[in-house]
Design a protein around this ligand. Structure first.
Ligand SMILES: [Zn+2]
Ligand SMILES: [Zn+2]
Length: 110
């Protein structure tokens, strides 16, 4: 592995990355600045959380929905977000229609 000293350590892999089912700590760190989330619908009837933004690995835009039934309580939760970009990634398995394979943990406030 080569390291370019002119590059900061936390960088996306870029849009041409081959499909790879994996997670790295930097994905979660990058996702804090490249993605946002919102509860829908707004208010007390919310049923899910939608993450949107750019994948911290492939930089493609994506949205990812998480049903709120899975939330356990009124505390801060860590949710596993999967890249759901609509772009092609070399080597994506059949049956996987979206994403570059990257996933990471994002924290949400109740
Ligand atoms: Zn992508
Ligand atoms: Zn991606």
């Amino acid at each position: 592995m080569t390291t370019d000293p002119s590059q900061p350590p936390n960088q996306p892999d870029g849009p041409d990355s081959p499909w790879a089912d994996h997670s790295e700590e930097r994905f979660g760190q990058l996702a804090m600045s490249t993605t946002t989330y919102e509860y829908v619908p707004p208010g007390d009837d919310r049923t899910k959380v939608i993450f949107a933004g750019r994948c911290p690995r492939c930089t493609h835009e994506f949205t990812f929905e998480w049903p709120l039934e899975v939330l356990r309580g009124a505390t801060r939760e860590s949710i596993e977000v999967l890249c759901q970009c609509a772009s092609d990634h070399k080597g994506r398995p059949e049956g996987e229609k979206r994403g570059c394979g990257a996933y990471w943990a994002s924290e949400i406030e109740p």
